[in-house]
Design a protein around this ligand. Structure first.
Ligand SMILES: Cc1ncc(COP(=O)(O)O)c(C=O)c1O
Length: 363
């Protein structure tokens, strides 16, 4: 096998080796099934156990109450930008959004196609460099929900506290922090997340929704596949689900449980993030402009002062076996995504390269 490198990809991203090895061992023949997971019917007893097991494990990990449905869907987090307003807001009803990044803005724009989406707060004018707070009265009291993007993957910012919604239900995109930190499900009407960061490979979108928040009087124009109700009724098997991705997510959930649960993931992520932010803050070369309170624990962004140094540092990373560290095309610079699948040793390796670079550049 070729050497696996230190992978800091923002998504799809690193998966723990134990999980990959288990999938490898079971790929040709899932125990007791006589075939692999990719080859079995989604209606089979074996797949039923895989699906149910994944849901039960996630319910334990996130302490999800019984009045919430857990859905394993497709279409990415981006499909939820449309499904959330269609299912939670009546046609024409106001919705409110905190526009804290690129994906938050996309979600806001999609909601605007459905009804009146109100921007309750935005940091766009400052390049999405911090988490904005809604001022008094900014969230309309009759809004169907207030939407937040819990962690802004591109800009490396994160809500350290949930915003005061003034009693309006909260809907959140937790794609890049789910299972990486503790999230109080009870404070949300809905949570969604693309799987390809902390939950396994791409192809699966997780939705956790309080059942009574889902509108039953939905506009007839909404296609069946964009409604939560039929998927809730069919245990996410209204049609063929993303079987392999659900299986992989189940293995990830089991792995997180075996490591000590979400609290332990949070502890490890804080340790990894502290190492990188500490290195950045004590440096005269590397810079992160996010206010300490809003710094993401899963996506650490940083820049260097010149294009020449940026290129040189990228080469130093490549030399050290560090991959997928370049910042998003919107921001440039660098981004270390340090999700659950990225071990402390990878982060130490990166911090080591940064420290050596600092010394060599003579500052
Ligand atoms: C916070 C956040 N929301 C939404 C998305 C879009 O996800 P998808 O590609 O699954 O539609 C991303 C993708 O990286 C993301 O980071």
């Amino acid at each position: 096998m070729e050497k696996r490198l230190y992978n800091f990809a923002a998504g799809p991203s690193a998966i723990p080796e134990e999980v990959l090895k288990r999938a490898q061992a079971e790929m040709l023949c899932y125990p007791g099934a006589g075939c692999g997971v990719m080859e079995m019917s989604h209606r089979s007893a074996a797949f039923g156990r895989i699906r149910d097991g994944a849901e039960e494990s996630l319910r334990r990990l996130m302490d999800i109450p019984d009045d919430y449905a857990v859905l394993f869907l497709q279409g990415g987090a981006s499909m939820q930008f449309s499904m959330v307003p269609m299912n939670l807001a009546a046609r024409g009803q106001k919705t409110a959004y905190i526009v804290s990044g690129h994906f938050a803005k996309k979600a806001f724009e999609e909601a605007g196609r459905w009804g009146e989406a109100v921007c309750a707060a935005s940091s766009e004018g400052d390049g999405f460099s911090f988490i904005p707070e809604p001022g008094p009265g900014a969230v309309p009291p009759d809004a169907a929900y207030l939407h937040i993007t819990g962690n802004n993957t591109i800009f490396g910012t994160c809500f350290s506290e949930l915003p005061d919604t003034g009693g309006v239900p909260l809907a959140a995109d937790w794609s890049s922090a789910i299972l990486g930190r503790r999230i109080d499900v009870r404070r949300h009407a809905l949570i969604y997340a693309g799987a390809q960061k902390n939950l396994g490979p791409a192809g699966l979108t997780l939705v956790i929704v309080r059942k009574d928040a889902v509108r039953q009087d939905i506009d007839p124009v909404v296609p069946t596949m964009l409604r939560y109700a039929p998927q809730i009724k069919a245990d996410s098997m209204y049609n063929t689900p993303p079987c392999w991705s659900i299986y992989m997510a189940g293995l990830m959930f089991e792995w997180v449980e075996a490591q000590g649960g979400v609290a332990e993931m949070e502890r490890r992520n804080l340790e990894k993030a502290a190492l990188l932010y500490g290195t950045i803050d004590s440096s005269k070369l590397f810079e992160n402009r996010v206010p300490a309170r809003d710094r993401s624990v899963t996506n650490v962004v940083f820049t260097l002062p010149t294009a020449e140094l940026t290129e040189k540092f990228a080469a130093a990373c490549a030399e050290a076996g560090i991959i997928n560290i370049k910042g998003h095309r919107l921001t440039g610079g660098f981004r270390a995504s340090i999700y659950n699948g990225v071990g402390l040793e990878a982060v130490r390796a990166l911090a080591g390269v940064m420290e050596r670079f600092e010394k060599e550049e003579g500052r």
